[in-house]
Design a protein around this ligand. Structure first.
Ligand code: TXA
Ligand code: MG
Length: 344
């Protein structure tokens, strides 16, 4: 499916930015798709109110139609237009964290086509903080449905060139808005279920959310083990966000322990890429060894880039040193767990 010559445009100067807004708005108004920067990861945007445009997202990504899309809005009128009901908890949570890396699942309004919600009665809404995305939604005048701009099940893009690598030829335009500042996908919170629950952890974590929604539960797929629950938010599918190379998350305290892990893997060092967090091993003979930043925010920002680079290094195994525990690490640990599945 190579139907397009993909244009990659910058937003570095004011005139570049304005020109990119014009190009993107024209395409979106014509029911075409555009690769756009957001603060979490790059998105593949379409007019959320056009079933024809939304259908193209599923085709370009090879995304199962059972997986609903997030609708991006940029003002309170659009929120009102997209929802059927809006209660005090929704208002509190939204006002505490929007614009930002938080998606809330609420009852769907009639204007949102069922193609967006995979036939469901709820809609996932997010008000992004990235200046380009905010300006684009305003310029279009309609909300934008946008999943992460990767092929289904592959690594999310945090730089424009990651989008080009996966979608060049499949869409007409990719807008470069720089490195995504957050780096992992938004936290998804279901405010329809009782109690409200986190469906996908992100950098807005449980303890921060509880300030606005005290009864919030942490589920991430574990609330019910049934298929039905998993299909409600397929981001919970175990294998997701995966590099092509098998990945394992392991803990080591010193060089000897690290060498033992390498030995047991059965893979020669020259075929192994290492992403260290604290105990940087002696890099001799390894395909690539990198040190990822120490605080959770910087770690999240670097994570997908490191995984993209590890994939490009082309070895047989990626070893990731286990990051710490604690609520601010939940989103990161979740992405690593899914990247590793089923290998461990
Ligand atoms: O940060 C993000 O959320 C990025 C940027 C582009 O906004 N988008 C993103 O979209 O990650 P996507 O499609 O890759 O992930 C959306 C997640 C999926 O796990 C999907 O199942 C869930 O949100 N979702 C969407 N609508 C839902 C709904 N009505 N109920 C439950 N889960 C929903
Ligand atoms: Mg995704």
């Amino acid at each position: 499916m190579r139907e397009h010559v993909t244009q990659l445009v910058s937003t570095q100067t004011k005139s570049d930015f304005d020109q990119a807004i014009r190009l993107a708005t024209d395409l979106l108004r014509a029911d075409e798709l555009v690769g756009v920067p957001t603060e979490t990861v790059y998105g593949l945007a379409a007019n959320a109110l056009s079933p024809l445009a939304v259908a193209k997202i599923f085709a370009v990504k090879d995304r199962p139609r059972t997986n609903p899309l997030i609708v991006h809005i940029a003002d309170w009128n659009q929120v009102e237009a997209c929802v059927q009901q809006w209660n005090q908890t929704m208002d509190q949570v939204a006002r505490a964290f929007w614009p930002g890396p938080l998606t809330i699942v609420v009852p769907k309004g009639d204007r949102v086509p069922t193609e967006v919600t995979a036939g469901g009665a709820t809609v996932a809404l997010r008000w992004p903080s990235h200046p380009f995305m905010k300006a684009l939604v305003k310029s279009c005048g309609f909300p934008l449905a946008a999943p992460s701009a990767n092929r289904s099940n592959a690594l999310s893009p945090t730089q424009a060139r990651h989008v080009m690598a996966q979608l060049e030829g499949r869409i007409g335009l990719v807008v470069d808005g720089g490195q995504a500042a957050v780096g992992i996908e938004s936290t998804v919170v279901d405010l329809v279920s009782q109690p409200a629950a986190i469906l996908r952890p992100g950098m807005i974590h449980l303890s921060a959310l509880r300030a606005a929604c005290p009864e919030l539960a942490w589920t991430n797929g574990s609330r019910t083990s049934g298929q039905e629950e998993i299909h409600r938010s397929p981001g919970q599918l175990k294998r997701h966000y995966s590099p092509q190379t098998p990945l394992r998350v392991v803990a080591w305290s010193d060089q000897a322990m690290f060498e033992q892990i390498v030995k047991e893997s059965g893979v020669p060092a020259s075929e192994i890429t290492v992403i260290a967090y604290e105990s940087v091993p002696d890099g001799n003979g390894f395909r690539r060894v990198s040190l990822i930043p120490h605080d959770a925010e910087a770690y999240a920002r670097a994570l997908f880039s490191e995984l993209h680079l590890s994939d490009q290094a082309g070895g047989q195994l990626i070893l990731v040193e286990e990051p710490p525990r604690g609520p601010e690490w939940d989103g990161i640990r979740d992405r690593l767990r899914r990247a590793a599945y089923p290998g461990g």
